[in-house]
Design a protein around this ligand. Structure first.
Ligand code: NAD
Length: 491
């Protein structure tokens, strides 16, 4: 079902923002407008935060075992509408239907894990820390929490936070990306059917001004952000200055090392999926491949064949393996960065710029692109391209490869492909990144692990998902109690 205009959902009611700032939402495969979004004003932010704060006062008193019943119901609603939501993701984001389904599966998995909150959010108890005195810790919710999401996983990323935040007793406002707001609108149509108390779960559409109004609002207590590093730094600084707890996941430039002893066929297939999956618009996408010794020849040949064979097109069409990038601006930016890499000394082995995709001539397509001899001292070696572009670098030892990985300012993911256990152990121990793959391209971590990220890929202490999310959305209260025997009535 198409959504002609996405709306806000505040205090259990749908509304259209009165803002005159309106953006078109495009299907990136054909450039056609299929929805529109208004960017909410500071006044609308204030109304939503006040509604959420009012709801918080009651919701925090609801037992966790009752709160999670809404999540059980949400899981089954998401399962019932699985294909239609996945289709919406493909329409507004461009990724293939299979990729959209994978994303939604991880969202649901987070709902499932958060159903364990009654156990995960337990405190601790020490009896008799002194004669007749007990001390214990309890976890309490923090208040109104906001979730600010990027365009590349419109169905999954809000779920790294949302289920944990409400299950622990907080109220929430989700702010989807203004480039992909339709998916969350559709998910909120399901949330509307949960009969949650009004104001517990809200959604505001908007852009940077909407976000800044949230960061400055005194009743917002916690901010969860995922997006590019420049914006992550801004969010982290502004939210912290205003006394809020904040977790801000940023961008990446992910390296993989290919050793000469790797199983080249399997490794190439996995690395190809990692580099070109979701058209390279994943914060865990491989974007640098560092070959060691003889892997230079074997891997370069194998990955070039794979890139050439990739079927590119509209993500709902059968056999399509890679969709377009998100906007025409993004396509121009990526193609510009490829030009810059060439100026810095790289050579194109496969040049996917400006392809003609039959039937989709107005789509924002770039075919897989491979740049050889990327200059390690150039700007592109440190720049997130966020498109289907893999840069190759070549060294002679694993030590040199690890040094190259660690010279990167980002630290979201790093992978090693090898058949040697001692190389694997060395890599795992020495590499400076928060998500590590050995003979695997890192997918988003399962919901029962935190989404780790280091260096310029993460600002904060506690990440999204799992026990990290539980800690982030609760504040600890330590209680020490004395109950002398003589104060208790004797029967
Ligand atoms: P973005 O930073 O442009 O936008 C993210 C969110 O921030 C959006 O909701 C947007 O409205 C808001 N925003 C944008 N500019 C703002 C500003 N100046 N002030 C306040 N708010 C602002 O990111 P994007 O292009 O939507 O997403 C792609 C980026 O996200 C990539 O850099 C990617 O690596 C990163 N990402 C990181 C992770 C991770 O887990 N580390 C996961 C997914 C995506």
């Amino acid at each position: 079902m198409p959504v002609e205009k996405v709306q806000n959902y505040v205090n259990g009611k749908w509304s259209t923002s009165s803002s005159e700032e309106v953006l078109d939402i495009f299907n990136p495969a054909n450039g056609e407008v299929f929805s529109r979004v208004n960017l909410s004003t500071a006044e609308e932010v204030d109304n939503a935060v006040r509604a959420a704060d009012k709801a918080f006062g009651r919701w925090k008193r609801v037992p966790a075992t009752d709160r999670i019943q809404y999540l059980f119901k949400l899981k089954y609603l998401l399962e019932d509408h699985f294909d239609s939501i996945a289709e919406t993701i493909t329409f507004e984001n461009g990724k293939t239907f299979q990729e959209s389904k994978g994303e939604l599966r991880r969202a649901i998995e987070n709902v499932e894990v958060a159903c364990g909150i009654p156990l995960m959010a337990q405190g601790g108890f020490s009896e008799d820390i002194a004669p007749g005195i007990d001390e214990f810790v309890i976890r309490q919710p923090v208040g109104v929490c906001v979730i600010i999401a990027p365009f590349n996983f419109p169905g999954m990323i809000p779920f790294w936070f949302l289920p944990y935040a409400i299950a622990t007793g907080n109220s929430v406002i989700v702010k989807p990306s203004e480039r992909t707001p339709v998916t969350m609108h559709k998910i909120f149509e399901l949330i509307d059917q949960l009969n949650l108390p009004q104001g517990v779960l809200n959604m505001l559409q908007g852009g940077p001004d909407t976000v800044n109004a949230m960061l400055d609002h005194p009743l917002v207590r916690a901010v969860s952000f995922v997006g590019s590093t420049g914006v992550a730094k801004h969010i982290y600084a502004r939210a912290a200055k205003n006394g809020k707890r904040v977790q801000a996941q940023g961008g990446a430039k992910n390296p993989i090392i290919v050793m000469p002893d790797a199983d080249m066929k399997t490794s190439t297939r996995i690395i190809g999926d990692s580099a070109f999956g979701c058209a390279g618009q994943r914060c865990l996408a491989a974007s640098l491949a560092i070959t060691v010794g003889e892997a230079r020849r074997t891997f370069t040949e194998a990955i070039s064949d794979l890139a050439n064979d990739r079927v590119v097109g509209f993500g709902m069409d059968q056999n399509v393996q890679m969709g377009p990038v998100i906007t025409t601006q993004s396509k121009n930016r990526i193609e510009g960065l490829v030009r810059q890499a060439i100026t810095e000394g790289a050579q194109t082995i496969i040049d996917g710029r400006n392809p003609r995709i039959e039937g989709y001539e107005h789509g924002y397509f770039i075919r897989p692109t491979i740049l050889d001899n990327l200059n390690p001292n150039g700007e592109i070696a440190q720049t997130e391209i966020f498109g289907p572009v893999l840069g190759l670098m070549h060294v002679n030892t694993i030590e040199d490869a690890i040094a190259l990985v660690n010279s990167n300012k980002y630290g979201n993911m790093a992978c090693l492909f090898t058949s040697n256990g001692s190389s694997a152990r060395k890599f795992r121990n020495e590499v400076e990144a928060g998500n590590i793959g050995i003979n695997i391209g890192v997918a988003a971590p399962m919901a029962f692990f935190p989404f780790s990220g280091w260096k310029d890929s993460f600002f904060g202490t506690l990440h999204g998902q799992s026990n990290h999310a539980v800690e982030f959305y609760t504040q600890t209260k330590v209680v020490v109690e004395r109950w002398p025997k003589e104060w208790s009535r004797k029967f």
